[in-house]
Design a binder for this molecule. Structure first.
Ligand code: MSP
Length: 491
């Protein structure tokens, strides 16, 4: 049964557009699955251990637990404020995760995949990652963050044993990693040779203890990744939802999900997720988003300025999912005013207002009568299946493109048929045209629901129906329309 996950978010920072983006994309996917009648599990949450968090808490003068309680709550609030329909919100500091991560670790030990050794290398606290000599750029991590030389006893995972198996798996399962360009990066990384992975630390203690060796805490990635199992109740039977249908991640954390995680799962004798999708990064008005540049986009500012549903629409429409893209006020204004207010909003408003005004708010039969009617309405019958196929590939932008083609068709149809001209001459035909248009609005709105759950609910309210799933019969009464979208003035 469908299972989708967001990455669990670090609590050392407040939520920004990148977090909102991933979570909204997953939400659309999950809502779609439910709309198709599939029992779905959608997981998001926060990643709360590690040295960075411990240091941030110290700086704030509070305990790591109090610190994470506070920041984690902000992510939970954001999920609610973005109308995210997650089924579970996991925190890695919860007892259920401690138990599950330790059971997972033990399973790897039993499989002979973990050994004790010593780790030495350049460590970046900010990246929570060690770097080899040849990865250091001008004395810094590739990210530009400071590094320090560290040596410590550590447990290792035998990642070097898994290269060939992973390459074979990727070749045999062409949909496993997407998009294609990212898959090629992963293949190149594996072919370069995998090193065993240091998976524990003794230099800090804000983490989950290694079973049987209290001096060590688990290195944050092995523990964090296992959250996807914790939420299903691991080590109890997780077959209902495992393997996950898709882990959605940003391109920066693909390696952890497409190399380390599958290797851990193979050694724990668990099936691999069906798909890992790496999306791109947003820039702000052409610039990389960073705290030091002061150009971090706060999702709350966007919601306040443009409204929640338009923001959800924009983020998934503006750039192909998987590509990098740029946020600009000009771009979102254009989308809101043109796609939403003009194309979709006006279509609904015009059609419903004419019915209320001229037909006492009642529909007639919406069966097509002419060739033009059939040419217009027939392709809409395939829409749910077409959307379903695109959703399986996380091609959200293509879904919206397709829906908006139908909206444009509807606007062309109304202009060509000019029902307002028939008011005196042929009111029966006018009524039929308007009723066919209502049927089209119902159909496009049905598939738009996962993207814009609030606006579509309003449209269904105006259509006086709650599901949008079945056609409206002759005589059905609709409600008075009210404008759906506010045009953006200024910048
Ligand atoms: N805690 C890890 C994930 C562990 S999953 C087992 C982590 N957290 S994070 O909070 O730093 O990042 C979460 C996600 O936000 C990543 O997928 C990252 O790609 C995404 N983004 C951060 N900045 C972004 C943009 N500017 N644009 C789009 N997504 C961005 O990594």
């Amino acid at each position: 049964m469908p299972y989708i996950t967001t990455p669990i978010y670090y609590v050392n920072d407040k939520p920004h557009i990148g977090h909102a983006y991933t979570t909204i994309a997953c939400d659309v996917w999950a809502r779609w699955q439910r709309l198709m009648g599939r029992e779905t599990f959608f997981l998001t949450g926060t990643d709360e251990h590690g040295q960075k968090v411990q240091q941030s808490a110290e700086k704030a003068g509070i305990s790591p637990q109090a610190f994470t309680d506070d920041v984690s709550q902000r992510f939970r609030d954001l999920a609610n404020d973005l109308d995210i329909s997650h089924d579970d919100f996991i925190r890695t500091t919860e007892p259920r995760h401690h138990q599950s991560a330790q059971a997972f670790w033990q399973k790897l030990v039993d499989a002979g995949a973990i050994y004790e050794g010593k780790y030495a290398g350049w460590y970046s606290v900010k990246d929570e990652q060690y770097f080899a000599d040849n990865e250091i750029v001008n004395g810094k991590a590739p990210s530009g963050h400071a590094v320090e030389w560290l040596e410590e006893p550590s447990y290792f995972f035998r990642l070097s044993d898994y290269g060939d198996r992973l390459l074979k798996y990727i070749a045999d399962n062409p949909d496993f990693i997407a998009p294609e360009s990212r898959k090629n990066e992963v293949i190149a990384f594996i072919k370069d040779g995998l090193q065993d992975l240091s998976i524990s630390r003794t230099s800090f203690n804000w983490g989950i203890k290694v079973p049987g060796d209290d001096k060590h805490v688990m290195y944050v990635w092995i523990e964090a990744l296992s959250n996807y199992l914790t939420a299903l109740g691991y080590p109890r039977n997780i077959e209902k939802f495992w393997p996950a249908d898709v882990h959605v991640v940003g391109k920066d954390i693909l390696r952890f999900h497409a190399v380390y995680w599958p290797a851990f799962l193979v050694s724990a004798d668990l099936p691999l997720p069906k798909r890992i999708f790496a999306h791109g990064w947003w820039t702000n008005e052409g610039q990389k988003i960073s705290k030091s540049l002061g150009n971090v986009i706060d999702p709350y500012d966007l919601i306040e300025r443009y409204g929640l549903d338009p923001v959800r629409y924009f983020l998934l429409r503006e750039i192909p999912f998987g590509n990098d893209g740029n946020f600009s006020k000009e771009a979102i204004k254009k989308r809101v005013n043109s796609d939403l207010a003009n194309d979709y909003g006006n279509l609904c408003q015009r059609v419903l207002a004419m019915i209320v005004k001229n037909c006492d708010g009642r529909l007639s039969d919406c069966t097509p009568q002419t060739q033009d009617d059939s040419d217009f309405i027939a392709p809409l019958e395939q829409l749910p299946q077409e959307v379903d196929a695109l959703m399986q590939k996380q091609a959200f932008h293509k879904v919206l493109e397709l829906i908006w083609q139908h909206i444009s068709n509807a606007n062309r149809y109304i202009d060509a048929q000019a029902p307002w001209k028939l008011k005196k001459t042929d009111p029966v035909r006018m009524h039929a045209i308007l009723s066919i248009l209502v049927d089209a609005i119902r159909r496009v709105t049905f598939v738009t629901q996962p993207f814009m759950p609030n606006i579509t609910a309003q449209i269904f309210q105006q259509l006086n129906t709650d599901s949008g799933n079945t056609s409206l019969s002759a005589g059905h009464k609709i409600n008075q329309p009210v404008p759906l979208f506010q045009k953006i003035e200024g910048d």
